[in-house]
Design a protein around this ligand. Structure first.
Ligand SMILES: Nc1ncnc2c1ncn2[C@@H]1O[C@H](COP(=O)(O)OP(=O)(O)OP(=O)(O)O)[C@@H](O)[C@H]1O
Length: 401
């Protein structure tokens, strides 16, 4: 019993020993990065010139979510900066989450703010209030007065409003913006088609080297979780928990983030049930929670009509589970019905088609072109990639439809 004698609160966590190992922003130490040795050494090769203060190649890393892109990019940047230091080269890296800093101004501000050491540069980088060009000018001053070389990681680079910052950063040297500092840009995207959208000039300078990170298989996911099993107290994890979580996460698309989320949630479920161990049956509930969380995150900020369209597809999928796709016109009929229930004017078929395309871009659904024979011509079918139950639950819970 504690000194105050109040036993309403638990002071000793019976499940977790070191929960931060399972937090999403945790950057695992070297020995805990599993199954990415080849990717890491290729990335190292591309940024290698940085350790001598020379221009590293600009890179683009693709791969589905949770395949370790951000992790490896940060890891390699950190290591390059450290080794450069041993060579008496002043290097640093800045990380920008473009889903959050999605305008050019915000992204430049973040880079400048991260890299600026005001006591050295005498430059101020306010949160806001300056024009984009002033932020750039200050960034160039910061870079030239402090560093020989910097790496800039642009995560979810496809979320940027436009390509201007890519152009500025990847060409700062040749455009004479920088006198001595060299920049290497590491772009990261889940969208394999991202490159097709880029301006030719940006494409040629940003995509000097490209990497595709493949999804993890169940064995790799198991090793990734095993390497963090010391997040739990000794003997708390039942032996079947990690293999089950790995099998579930591999069945979707080998997403390590989801695997780790499942493990953390399974521990939290054990805590809330007052169980002394984390049991295999908690894994299934944990997976549902991980799915729901991910989907909630995906549709955060989407407009009511974009949600009605998804709801229409979820309704169709739940009512005809055996069908593996639905035509736009069929979705539109259900969508119109939902609009009626919501007393909202439906958008045109064409707008709905665009909204479906946006959802496909976010990997919420998949579109397939089909040929209906000479009489019908070709048409598109849409299939949810998310569990329709999850889609419906989240849409209902988030209020709108
Ligand atoms: N090979 C690995 N070894 C250990 N942990 C890993 C590995 N790959 C990914 N992880 C962990 O999985 C989570 C997701 O990884 P990461 O953020 O790098 O994925 P990502 O490919 O960048 O995904 P997204 O595109 O969604 O940002 C992180 O917590 C990361 O630490």
């Amino acid at each position: 019993m504690s000194s105050s004698g109040d036993d309403l609160f638990t002071r000793d966590d019976p499940i977790f020993e070191n929960k931060e190992l399972l937090e999403i922003n945790h950057l695992p130490a070297e020995g805990r990065i599993v199954g990415r040795d080849d990717e890491i050494s290729e990335l190292a090769n591309a940024v290698n010139p940085a350790i001598f203060g020379q221009s590293p190649s600009n890179l683009l890393i693709y791969g589905k979510t949770g395949t370790g892109k951000s992790l490896c990019a940060k890891y390699i940047s950190e290591r390059a900066v450290r080794v450069a230091g041993d060579e008496e080269i002043t290097a640093a890296f800045a990380y920008v989450d473009c889903a959050q800093d999605n305008t050019e101004t915000q992204a430049v501000q973040t880079i400048a703010h991260t890299l600026n050491e005001p006591s050295v540069t005498d430059v101020r980088i306010p949160d806001k209030g300056l024009s984009t060009s002033t932020y750039y000018k200050r960034l160039w001053t910061v870079l030239d007065s402090q560093y020989d070389v910097v790496l800039v990681i642009l995560d979810e680079v496809d979320k940027l409003d436009d390509d201007d910052i890519l152009m500025q950063l990847s060409r700062a040297g040749e455009a004479g913006k920088l006198e001595s500092c060299k920049i290497g840009v590491i772009g990261i995207s889940n969208k394999i088609k991202y490159k097709d959208r880029l301006d030719e000039r940006v494409k040629s300078s940003l995509c000097e080297r490209e990497f595709v990170f493949p999804p993890y298989d169940a064995n790799q996911l198991r090793d990734i979780m095993q390497a963090r099993s010391d997040a739990f107290k000794d003997g708390v994890l039942e032996p079947s928990v990690i293999p089950r979580a790995a099998a579930l996460a591999a069945r979707e698309h080998g997403d390590a983030r989801k695997a780790i989320d499942i493990l953390r949630y399974a521990g939290e479920i054990a805590q809330s049930k007052g169980s002394e161990t984390v049991r295999e049956d908690f894994v299934v509930q944990a997976r549902e929670r991980a799915e729901t969380d991910r989907f909630r995150e995906l549709i955060r900020g989407s407009t009511p009509h974009s949600r009605y369209v998804l709801q229409a597809l979820a309704v169709l999928s739940l009512n005809a589970a055996e069908e593996d796709g639905f035509r736009t016109t069929k979705i539109y009929d259900v969508y119109e019905e939902i609009c009626r229930q919501e007393s909202s004017d439906p958008l045109s078929l064409r707008r709905v088609r665009d909204l479906l395309k946006e959802h496909a871009f976010l990997d919420i659904l998949e579109q397939t072109r089909r040929s209906g024979g000479s009489a019908e011509g070709s048409y598109t079918e849409h299939q949810l990639l998310e569990d329709p139950e999850v889609v419906r639950t989240v849409l209902v819970e988030t209020g709108d439809p």
